[in-house]
Design a protein around this ligand. Structure first.
Ligand code: SAH
Length: 211
């Protein structure tokens, strides 16, 4: 149910749906997705669906993780990436396979505690997790070649745009009711924006979660 064979079938489905970046496919075949969900859901971990992870949040479907990773890489290597919304840490672990240094921010403390344990279990030493409001970014570690949001936003705050390196890209679900994957690229002249697939994400929430 959670074997390498199950994972191989997931990879075949991703290919069938149009994921072509071999680096992303290799990363997803290396990360055991079932350890990121509650045990009771482990047998559904490799299905192409989003699943609940507590605190009203969801782990994105394998296709969504693959698609966003592929858009972020755009066919080339990434040195430093900032992820906003660590959640269960699955997207983080996938990024850590092909990004030199991953910084990930999560606003819900108790989610992050579990995620820390999982990432340690996988011996991912190139991930830095931070309990904070991701909308502020991480100026002390900027600039980033890539910034990825795992929750939907209507716009990107100026402080985050400034933390993007020249030729860097932001991939995020844009909108509130109707959402589309959006890629913002920074070049010497400024920023360009491209809207892609329709998607459904939980909304980004400003500030740190309190009990
Ligand atoms: N990639 C994650 C997705 C989790 S859902 C996974 O696969 O598990 C989105 C996550 O974004 C939630 O964990 C939520 O708490 C977090 N989030 C929402 N607003 C945030 C903010 N302002 N700063 C940091 N994290 C935020």
């Amino acid at each position: 149910m959670t074997s390498a064979r199950t994972r191989a079938r997931m990879i075949e489905r991703l290919r069938a749906r149009g994921i072509v970046d071999e680096v992303v496919l290799a990363a997803m075949s290396a990360v055991p997705r079932h350890i990121f969900v509650e045990e009771i859901l482990a047998n559904r971990a490799y299905d192409d669906v989003a699943l609940p992870i507590n605190f009203g949040q969801t782990i994105s479907s394998p296709f969504t993780v693959a698609r966003m990773s592929e858009l972020l890489r755009a066919g080339s290597g990434l040195d430093k990436v900032l992820e906003i919304g660590s959640g269960c840490g699955y997207q983080t672990a996938v990024l850590a396979q092909f990004v030199r240094e991953v910084y990930s921010i999560e606003r819900v403390g108790p989610l992050l505690t579990r995620t820390r344990t999982r990432l340690r279990q996988l011996r991912l030493n190139n991930v830095r997790l931070k309990h904070a409001d991701g909308l502020l970014g991480l100026p002390e570690s900027a600039p980033f070649d890539g910034i990825i949001f795992t929750a939907a936003a209507t716009h990107i705050p100026a402080t985050l745009l400034e933390q993007l390196a020249i030729r860097g890209r932001i991939v995020f679900p844009k909108g509130s009711q109707d959402q589309y994957l959006c890629v913002i690229e920074r070049n010497l002249q400024g920023y360009t924006e491209t809207m892609l697939d329709e998607v459904r994400f939980v909304p980004i929430v400003p500030g740190i979660w309190k009990r």
